[in-house]
Design a protein around this ligand. Structure first.
Ligand code: HEM
Length: 507
């Protein structure tokens, strides 16, 4: 009996090991080779697949070489922001691929193809949902199909323009606090690194706007997110390896501890809210819309609401911080635009605090923000992966292939934007986006396009206009001699060496 049991057990172990061996062989060798053959047969080029690592070693080497570099403001910076894709396209031409470990990645630079890919949300999903979940960017970002349709309907309520209008005074409060902070800093030194100040502002805005009365817990969540992003960023290169996140490394343990503290804070806030009278902040509107959906067609669970709150934090702060810091840097580098924007703000608001009612009169400020989003798109690349074999344009894309949609390269392509493509020239947008893009809106998509267009784009533009208008009212600014221009994409496009400015209070 014992012999038979031992035999069964060892046979099971052998079968399980063989199954795993076949799976790994397929994942790391047979499948990538088959996909490579398929892609080459269609005329696509790229480096030959290397076992397990693919192009990752070269990719990391390239990133490490680029990371410390700095530039002249008028230089083309996109080759530095998406360096590996840029190198591979220069080597193999526009239709090319590279290997993120065993995953083939197509570099896509055709705007019409990108438009079609983001439109087909039924077949193109966001890749690596687990990685996003670990980063705290889960929620609606990581769901697909009918689940996405349901969540988007619920979340759309919270981001409706009418609701955002009620949140603007709270954003204004955070802007005033930033000005107080800057005035205090300038009293001791006129040189201030504006980057951390802007990061604090956008964190403060999202803490107040998302959580309103629960602002203090919100601030702690924000701090935890910051810690988690800092921990995970250096590990991104390993995340494509199956099972990496389960390894009991020090960072993985810390990430897990941070996650559980964050969840328990958010759960506490939501529990309190469910018992209290409804509030007009993002969380309040979300909970209210969700309870209506629960009765009609099934809403979100508490875990899912927590995920959405985490996502608000991450996508609602880093993105707007990136837009704001590049706007300030551009206004310093092109002082004639700083003067024009300040004159406009003074015309519209005089000495009053900028408020939502006047924002639609800020034509020059809008043109400036659009030109910044063209040159410094917060997300220079959008990623997708095909769920099934799909034909798109003249290409057939096999299931499981990833796509890098290189919007940053399109928005700085001289063939589209002319020889002065790297010059900051908001005048391009004077007659609106249609004119600026020669009626090809697909060439300017900083918030993406199609059904999964950024849900927070109105929120972001309101916040950015209020913050820039408030800054222009109170200070004139120029770059400090110690400023080094080094846009680098670490999760979002950020200034690698900060943004030290010389600030002069205006009154
Ligand atoms: C300058 C500011 C911003 C920029 C440039 C930006 C850009 C983008 C882009 C390019 C996408 C599409 C990503 C993809 O398809 O993979 C996106 C999606 C998204 N953004 Fe933003 N974003 C900004 C601000 C915000 C803010 C303030 C929030 C929320 C408070 C937000 C929430 C989201 C969400 C939830 C999605 C996913 C939408 C979906 O899948 O249906 N974003 N954003």
């Amino acid at each position: 009996m014992e012999v038979t049991f031992g035999l069964i057990l060892s046979s099971m172990v052998v079968v399980a090991s063989l199954t795993w061996a076949v799976k790994l062989l397929n994942m790391f060798w047979l499948r990538p080779r088959k996909i490579e053959k398929f892609l080459r047969e269609q005329g696509l080029s790229g480096n030959p697949y290397k076992l397990i690592v693919g192009d990752m070693k070269d990719f990391m080497k390239c990133m490490n070489e680029e990371e410390p570099k700095s530039f002249e403001i008028s230089d083309a910076h996109m080759p530095h922001v998406v360096p590996y894709e840029h190198r591979i396209i220069s080597k193999y031409g526009a239709n090319c691929f590279y290997w993120l470990g065993p995953w083939a990645r197509l570099a896509v630079t055709d705007p019409e193809l990108i438009k079609e890919i983001v439109r087909r949300y039924d077949v193109f999903a966001r890749p690596f949902p687990e990685l996003n979940r670990t980063l705290g960017a889960a929620g609606i970002l990581c769901v697909e199909g009918q689940e996405w349709v349901k969540r988007r309907k619920i979340l759309d309520h919270a981001f409706h323009l009418d609701k955002l209008k009620n949140m603007a005074p709270v954003m204004g409060l955070s802007c005033s606090m930033m000005i107080q902070k800057l005035k205090a800093a300038v009293a001791t030194s006129s040189e201030v690194d504006i980057w951390p100040v802007i990061e604090d502002l956008t964190g403060d805005v999202i803490s107040r706007v998302a959580f309103g009365s629960s602002y203090e817990q919100g601030t702690r969540v924000f701090e935890l997110i910051r810690q988690r992003v800092d921990l995970i960023m250096p590990l991104l290169q390993f995340f494509y390896l199956p099972g990496f996140k389960y390894l009991p490394t020090k960072s993985n343990r810390k990430v897990k501890a941070i996650r559980s503290e964050m969840k328990s804070i958010l759960r506490g806030v939501i529990d309190q809210r469910e018992k209290a009278t409804p509030k007009d902040d993002l969380l309040g509107i979300l909970l209210e819309a969700n309870s209506r959906f629960i009765q009609q067609e099934g809403g979100m669970s508490i875990e899912e609401v927590i995920e959405e709150c985490e996502l608000f934090y991450l996508s609602g702060s880093k993105t707007v911080a990136s837009l704001l810091v590049w706007t300030v840097v551009m206004l310093c580098s092109y002082p004639e635009w700083q003067t024009q924007a300040r004159e406009e703000v003074n015309r519209v608001f005089g000495n009053s605090e900028p408020a939502i009612q006047g924002l639609h009169h800020l034509k020059i400020v809008t043109m400036i923000l659009q030109e910044v989003l063209r040159l410094y798109p917060t997300n220079a690349v959008i990623y997708r992966s095909s769920k099934e074999e799909v034909k798109i344009g003249s290409l057939t894309i096999p299931a499981g292939v990833h796509l890098s949609l290189l919007i940053g390269l399109i928005q700085t392509d001289p063939k589209i934007w002319g020889d002065d493509v790297n010059k900051f020239n908001p005048e391009r947008f004077a007659q609106g986006v249609a004119k600026a893009t020669n009626n090809q809106p697909a060439v300017f998509t900083p918030f993406s396009s199609g059904p999964r267009i950024c849900i927070g784009h109105n929120f972001a533009m309101i916040e950015a206009k209020l913050a820039i208008a408030t800054l222009l009212q109170h200070f004139s600014f120029q770059l400090s001699p110690s400023y080094k221009h080094a846009p680098f994409s670490l999760y979002k496009l950020r200034p690698q060496y900060g943004a030290p400015l010389i600030l002069r209070p205006l009154h």
